[in-house]
Design a protein around this ligand. Structure first.
Ligand code: C5P
Length: 212
């Protein structure tokens, strides 16, 4: 499941995994956890060489239960802190660094193993799991994405600022040299703007059932 921020990837992926009894992996949370560690250790996230030098240092553990996804870094639960404004602003820079992507790619493939999992991110259908049984690319209008993301954040968060940040991250994520955000060959494109979450989950469940 790939797509830009706020397209509905997380809620849809978790809903599909729960309905079908599959595991779930949020690769965005892994990039956020790497970013959280870099900020904690005073690494300049705009210095790609400095980030690369530390790419293998954090120990990440990702839980794969769709009802209760967890992520720890060096044994610390970071599920809350990785959603902070500081991490959100810095994550796209860290995600452009090939050493970070290479390290996470190995771990993502190890977690995927023989399958039975819904994996969400930006490069899942193109790079991480090009042989996936079903590939889905979710999008939504920028306004709808900003409204959804703002609703998830603390009260008083500004919709215009959220939309600007989403569009800034889209530009970086789509323009980077290594594994940019892109629709994979053979992916099913769903524009989620007019649909409820349950409707999108049902559409994806139907695609999985057709494929199996
Ligand atoms: O999905 P989420 O918004 O939490 O992802 C945070 C960031 O992590 C994205 O903006 C992107 O820079 C990066 N990311 C990535 N590749 C993935 C998943 C996320 O580069 N597979």
């Amino acid at each position: 499941m790939d797509g830009p921020s706020g397209s509905g990837k997380s809620s849809t992926s978790r809903g599909v995994a729960s309905k079908l009894g599959l595991r779930y992996l949020d690769t965005g949370a892994q990039f956020r956890a790497m970013t959280w560690w870099m900020l904690q250790h005073g690494v300049d996230v705009d210095d790609a060489a400095a980030v690369a030098a530390h790419a293998d240092d954090p120990v990440l553990v990702s839980g794969t239960d769709p009802a209760a996804p967890t992520i720890t870094v060096d044994g610390t639960d970071v599920a809350g802190p990785i959603r902070s404004t500081e991490v959100t602003s810095a994550v796209s820079a860290v995600s452009t660094v090939p050493a970070v992507r290479g390290r996470l790619l190995r771990e993502q493939r190890a977690i995927i193993g023989d399958g039975g999992i819904v994996v969400e991110g930006r490069d899942i259908g193109t790079v991480v799991a090009p042989d996936a049984a079903v590939k889905v690319y979710l999008t939504a209008d920028p306004e709808a994405r900003a409204v959804r993301r703002t609703a998830e954040m603390s009260a008083g968060t500004d919709i215009t600022a959220t939309q600007q940040d989403l569009l800034r991250r889209d530009r970086i994520d789509s323009g980077r040299a290594t594994a940019p955000l892109a629709m994979a060959d053979g992916a099913h494109h769903i524009d989620t703007t007019p649909f409820t979450l349950d409707e999108v989950v049902d559409q994806v469940v139907a695609l999985v059932e057709e494929a199996s």
